[in-house]
Design a protein around this ligand. Structure first.
Ligand code: CA
Length: 228
């Protein structure tokens, strides 16, 4: 697992580096909030250990930046003392857990395991492609922050596209996957539903991620995201 530690105390950073790499993790480190926030936004990080008291950009500000760009990235806050206010603030702002320094390394490992399990479960129930996101349990859909109200057939159609991003899907493939037995091969039901879906995904006529591939079918292009 790739773990990013954002911490300005070199001794703690060294301890984390040694201990976590000895357990087979890749550990990346940042000694300032600014550098740490950039790394969390741009690099393949699975979990962040984030000190609250950092010079300049503090842990709360770094957390806000991470949450804006990567809402589901697990973040474990490290607090220097038993500072209830800071802990409550961090949890309210979307930290997943916190640990008070000094801590036993075994406890840190246990918290990391718990957060990773939680993140895995969440991932299994959510599907993402570009700025589209589906929650398969609650059957809800979003484009960016905007929620999309879909019928169950539209949801199934979008889910099928999102499970096959960047692939050309023929009308027959879509009919079989989404309508199962309940279809007439010659009907234009796929085109009709793709039209419904496009209208809901791009209600103001912005570019649609669902492209028509002439003579072949449709393709979801996850790189088409809503601007703004
Ligand atoms: Ca510190």
């Amino acid at each position: 697992m790739n773990i990013l530690a954002i911490e300005d105390e070199p001794a703690i950073l060294r301890m984390l580096e040694r201990g976590l790499s000895a357990r087979g993790h890749q550990i990346l480190t940042a000694e300032s909030g600014e550098v740490g926030a950039l790394m969390a936004e741009d690099q393949a990080i699975d979990l962040v250990l984030l000190d609250i008291s950092l010079p300049e950009l503090d842990g709360h500000a770094v957390l806000a930046r991470i949450r804006a760009r990567r809402p589901s990235l697990p973040v474990l806050m490290l607090t220097a003392r038993d500072d209830l206010d800071n802990k409550v603030r961090a949890l309210d702002a979307g930290a997943d857990d916190y640990l008070t320094k000094p801590f036993a390394f075994e406890e840190l490992l246990a918290r990391i395991r718990a957060l990773t399990r939680r993140a895995d479960q969440q991932q299994a129930s959510q599907l993402e492609a570009g700025d589209l996101r589906l929650d398969l349990l609650s059957r809800r859909a979003w484009r960016g922050e905007r929620s999309i109200d879909l019928s169950s057939r539209e949801f199934a159609l979008l889910e099928y596209f999102m499970r096959h991003p960047d692939q050309v899907l023929s009308r027959d493939q879509i009919l079989f996957a989404v309508w199962e037995y309940d279809y007439e091969p010659a009907s234009n039901v796929v085109d009709v539903y793709v039209r419904y879906l496009r209208r809901k995904v791009s209600p103001s006529g912005e570019p649609s991620p669902i492209n028509t591939v002439r003579g072949a079918g449709y393709r979801l292009d996850p790189s088409v995201v809503e601007s703004g």
